[in-house]
Design a protein around this ligand. Structure first.
Ligand code: ADP
Length: 162
């Protein structure tokens, strides 16, 4: 009997992707046959990088991981999961402040699609303080991004803020 491929979707804005995201992706890629990093393109969010720029940066930053794909989607994330026959929606958790937002999102998604599970993955201790917003703040003020983002992302940020 053929085993069904297990697919997890890690959704976010990734503006830009940083080492906290990459750590989560590396860890979940060991648990599922396939991981899709989904750039959820929301018209309500103003971003520094365009969807295509963010997609390319994600692809460049994840080069070493074989079972990971990157995709862009505008719409409800649960609809994307249904379309791809994915069972699990991954979100990362840093501090308690993330919890309330993630819990209400998970409950809303459960209401929309009871068959889809949200899995919250704790940030590794070395990345719990990292956020895309913080990364942009550092870049804007010419601070060091060493160990926080990949060199491709660092270069792209320098270009934006030069
Ligand atoms: P959002 O979709 O809320 O804009 P992001 O694109 O910044 O969020 O991040 C996508 C997901 O990664 C979210 O679930 C977020 O909580 C999580 N995340 C962000 N930064 C980190 C980090 N440093 N460690 C672990 N998870 C993180």
């Amino acid at each position: 009997m053929n085993k069904k491929e297990t697919i997890a979707v890690y959704a976010g804005s990734f503006d830009p992707i940083h080492c906290g995201h990459i750590d989560i992706i590396q860890r979940i890629s060991k648990l599922y046959d396939r991981v899709i990093v989904l750039l959820a393109n929301s018209s309500q969010k103003k971003t520094l990088f365009s969807a295509n720029e963010r997609k390319v940066l994600i692809q460049q930053s994840l080069k070493g991981i074989k079972n990971v794909d990157v995709d862009v989607f505008s719409g409800l994330v649960v609809d994307y999961l249904k379309k791809r026959n994915a069972q699990v929606l991954i979100r990362g958790l840093r501090a308690v402040v993330d919890f309330e937002y993630e819990m209400s999102m998970a409950n809303m998604n459960k209401k929309l699609s009871p068959e889809i599970e949200t899995l919250l993955v704790f940030s590794s201790p070395e990345y719990y303080f990292l956020s895309s917003r913080g990364i942009k703040e550092i870049a804007m003020n010419q601070g060091s991004l060493k160990g926080l983002v990949t060199t491709q992302v660092e270069k792209a940020l320098l270009k934006k803020y030069q």
